[in-house]
Write a protein that binds this ligand. Sequence first.
Ligand SMILES: C[S@@+](CC[C@H](N)C(=O)[O-])C[C@H]1O[C@@H](n2cnc3c(N)ncnc32)[C@H](O)[C@@H]1O
Length: 213
Amino acid sequence: MTDIAPDGSPVAFYRRLPATGEPELIHGAVVAGASVLDLGCGPGRIAGPLAALGHPVTGVDNGAGMIAALPAGVEGIVGDAATVRLGRRFGAALLASHLVNDPANGAAFVATAAAHLEPGGVVIGETYPPGWDPAGAVGRVSHLGDAEIVLRSATLDGDRLEAVVRYGVDGVEWSQAFTARVLDETGLRALLADAGLRFDRWLDRPGWFVATA
Ligand SMILES: C[S@@+](CC[C@H](N)C(=O)[O-])C[C@H]1O[C@@H](n2cnc3c(N)ncnc32)[C@H](O)[C@@H]1O
């Protein structure tokens, strides 16, 4: 394991993760051919297939190794999704991977997404589903492609989640600790409203939502 993004995400592991319907979900929620800004894009698990579905996709990640791993056809920019301003606007801005739940930068990530929307554009995001029971998920093994993912520990104190997740692929394992702010729908609506966005609807996948300007 050599390359770790600033948030602790291992590039080699994320490169092995396949999309599991997210690109099609997003494709179905935006205008045909809409340009997409993927904030925290990683190595393009979602961005790559979205580009293949006919969307011009720009990915931003503060892990240079993540951007270097993006597939051809996706524009990559090394930058901090909390502060980056590209001077361009998009038909859709993505906040996947629970960026809205980041306790320190969630509001800034939402503001970045809002700042890059064309008129009529949408933000598509992923939050921990309201009512999610993190403690109940501890120890459960899930698989994404060749990768195994296990939530090792999860402690909820008020709305603050402290958790450790273990990833494994090809016999190599990594652990990543993270802190999240768990939001109910009221909290999500307030976070969005602070950036001038309006919660529009839940998508047909737990935790995925659409917001508009
Ligand atoms: C869990 S990975 C998911 C990548 C991708 N969204 C996906 O669904 O496969 C989270 C990504 O967000 C990136 N990230 C975290 N904080 C960031 C920040 N402040 N600015 C830009 N990228 C960030 C990490 O480097 C990592 O690539």
